[in-house]
Design a binder for this molecule. Structure first.
Ligand SMILES: [Zn+2]
Length: 251
């Protein structure tokens, strides 16, 4: 159950789940999740994605100093509590649920309203894991987002791919001694270059405009001085030349 369309287009996709349902508000996503947990005894996996926190971050800023952002986080927290209440009310005599709550990124690193260009604070997020084989206490083994898939698959007893296909994630909530995850070798985000490129382009445009303005001003002044000289020759006693030159100075 999701709000942000690309989750279905680019992450889930055809055949990935028995049901893929998109809703236009987080409240509807919450309501549907509660409904599924309440009405579907055969439910195996439930993926719930809310979007307001991200949208508010982009609109107002990703920061604890932005009240709108904090309010969006609190709304998401309350809706998550509703979903967990529905899970708690379920007959779990024949099932063991693992609950993983996380965000796919932080934000407000280099730019307040963005999570590009993936600075440390853009990549900083939280992860809460409960149930299944999760160990109680703080995860001090650097949990990372890629651990989510590995823990979910392990909990469902789905064999993990090996060799070349092996996943980078670890059972960070089940095993406090797991080694650190592989450092991703990502290129710098394209957007980072775009911002710099845009700055360079805007800078160049400004320089060109300034150069043109100076050129036009100089030209105008020369023309006026030329006219002034002529005027001066025909009306030597009139005050036209100094007044005109004075105006062009003030421009
Ligand atoms: Zn975003």
């Amino acid at each position: 159950v999701y709000r942000w369309e690309p989750i279905d287009e680019h992450i889930l996709g055809e055949g990935s789940a028995d049901r893929r349902e998109g809703y236009d508000t987080d409240e509807k996503v919450r309501d549907r999740a509660v409904e599924l947990l309440t009405d579907e005894p055969d439910l195996d996996v439930l993926f719930v994605s809310m979007d307001d926190v991200d949208a508010t971050g982009h609109d107002e800023g990703f920061s604890p100093d932005v009240p709108e952002y904090v309010a969006a986080v609190e709304r998401a927290e309350n809706m998550t509590a509703d979903i967990l209440d529905a899970l708690g009310a379920r007959d779990q005599s024949q099932e063991t649920w693992l609950v993983i709550i996380t965000s796919d990124h932080g934000g407000g690193g280099r730019f307040l309203k963005m999570h590009h260009p993936s600075t440390l604070i853009d990549r900083n997020t939280f992860m809460l894991v409960t149930g299944g084989s999760a160990i109680q206490g703080e995860m001090t083994n650097d949990p990372v987002i890629i651990d989510v898939a590995v823990m979910a698959l392990n909990h469902l007893e789905v064999p993990l791919p090996e060799g070349e296909e092996a996943l980078d994630g670890r059972n960070s909530a089940f095993d406090s001694t797991v080694p650190p995850a592989r450092e991703p070798t990502c290129e710098k985000p394209i957007f980072y270059y775009r911002v710099n490129l845009m700055a360079a382009l805007v800078g160049t445009c400004c320089l060109s405009i300034c150069a043109s303005v100076i050129f036009i001003t100089v030209r105008l002044r020369k023309q006026r001085q030329g006219r002034g000289k002529l005027g001066g020759m025909s009306h030597p006693n009139e005050d036209v030349i100094p007044a005109d030159v004075g105006n062009s100075h003030s421009e």
